[in-house]
Design a binder for this molecule. Sequence first.
Ligand code: KG4
Ligand code: ZN
Length: 341
Amino acid sequence: MSEDIKILAIETSCDETSAAVVVNGREVLSNIISSQIDIHTKFGGVVPEVASRKHVEAIGFVVQEALDKAGVTLDEIDAIGVTYGPGLVGALLVGLQYAKGLAYALKKPLIGVNHIEGHISANFIQYKELKPPFVCLVVSGGHTFIVYMKDYGEFEVLGQTRDDAAGEAYDKVARAIGLGYPGGPKIDKLSKEGNPQAIKFPRANFHDDKSLDFSFSGVKSAVLNYLNQMEMKKEEINKADVAASFQKAVVDFLVDNAMKACKLKKVNKIAVAGGVAANSCLRETLISAGRKDNIDVLFPEFVLCTDNAAMIGSAAYFEYMKGNAAPLTLNAIPNLKLGER
Ligand code: KG4
Ligand code: ZN
């Protein structure tokens, strides 16, 4: 039997400083997440300069805590995995430089990980037997993709957003109805008290039935127009109805394309990834659509949906096994594409 591979993973692409120790890409010994949400909430969104400074303050403590909780010393680590894109450049550089310093000092391989691949990999932690191929719906604050995962680290993008990401639309609509940042969880909660049929917000029409692309800026603008009109008419706005109706438009779009992608690729497995995968309406709607078509719907647990280093440790393991170590000159790539190295 081969020896276990232990990866120390670091993630600092946005507003969470996180470090984890992951064994063989599937078993999490520790997953420490230091969130900056309270600080950014005051500004109504992530302030890149503030995020970088807070990562600098936290990174050393977070890495030490991840090692302590895992009961592992740096000597026992086989490789250092780190997110090098996509994300905020200043934020990425903090984690990347820290990881490079460790890799250099310890003479251990450095594995650069694409943040989106990390999100997808969260499913390998949650479902120990999961193997490609499968379809994955990636829905986060910055990205919305439907991909076909052919093999570990091999992706075919089937569809993507042409404008706003799903999470971004949630955050913008939440701000417009005065719910604050981050908007996704707040709209999710408020929607439970509203009627999703109350207001009909239109979905983008690409005049192409086969397209698996998304567009969320239209529904976002429709909500903003609705709010303006109601204000001009001095009519009372039912925020819960607005939230529920907006959410229905977004979720229906995501679920329809997800089901089309499974049929196109003739697979009966769809995994969901990214912060919006924590959304309760998306979970319920996709699971019930999957049940109708005999498609298994996989969701990682909440803590693995939003940004965390365990998912990076999982993706790093599969790259490590392929011998894909990065040079110490590895730089942060803010707009790194999926499947690109
Ligand atoms: O994946 P993530 O943690 O960070 C990025 O890589 O972008 O995703 C954050 C996004 C935010 O837009 C947040 O509003 C959204 O995920 N989100 C949710 C929920 N929880 C987080 N959106 C809808 N419903 C939720 N329960
Ligand atoms: Zn993310």
